[in-house]
Every structure is written in structure tokens, then in C-alpha cells.
Unconditional design. Sequence first.
Length: 158
Amino acid sequence: MNQLKFWVAVGLGSGLSPKAPGTTGTLGVLPLLVVVWDASLLVWGLGFITLCALSIWSIPEAGRRLGEPDHGQIVIDEWAGMWLAAFGINAFTETSVGLGLFVGFIGFRVFDIAKPWAVSWCERHIPGAWGVLMDDVVAGGYVLILALVFGMLSGHSG
């Protein structure tokens, strides 16, 4: 079971890159997002909840094995954040899956790396696996909010 937790936490291996594991780990969820792009709100919601639950379940074991609770190679939390970003772009803009995932990926990585206020606050103040998860969820939430505002300004009804 511990081996399974580790592999889930490192994004099925997508986070094991020695260089930029958060970026390569985020790329690991894109094929799944292509598959669900045209799915119902229920599928999107269940996918997000599942990724969050898998994060809370798997992160402590991977942190123990890697010697750091928020080790860079732990990327299941990036998967959850990118999922939320992709949902926002899909729901609130009129864009193709390719362009939507590209914009979502860039936006998510910018917020995840720059760590503006709420992202950095979560990382510093929420302990354990919840803190590891929530900074990425907030980064994805920023992309969702920007997509909502863009959609409203461009007249897309969602």
C-alpha cells in the first residue's frame, strides 16, 4: 500500500524528473484532462474531489520517503490545481481543448511558482498534506477566476 501511495503522490512517475518536477508533474495530468474536456460538470467535480482525496491520502507517505513533506517530486497536488484551472477555462471561455490546456498550464505554473498572497499563505500556514494541496488548489483557483472574468467580459455565458 505504501508503494501505491508513493506512486500516486509522484503523479505516476511524472514528478520524478530531476529538473522542474512540478512542471513535468503538471504535464502528467494533461492526457487525463484531454479525455474529460467535454465531460459533464459531475465528472469534473468528481475528478477534482478524487484528486484532492488522493493527495491527502498519498502525500504523507511520499513526504516520509523523500525526506521532506512538500518535496518537489510530489505532484498529485499539482494535478488537482491544474484540474481546477482547466475546469475554469473549459467552463467559462470558448476555447479548444489544446489552447485551453496550454493557457491553463501556463497560468497555473505562473501562479504556482510566483506564489502570490493566498498561495503563499496556504503553503506557510496550513500544516501537513492539506497545506501541500491547498497552495496548488488556490493557484488553480486564480486561473479559474481569471477565466470567469475573461468569459464575462467576452460575453461567454458558461
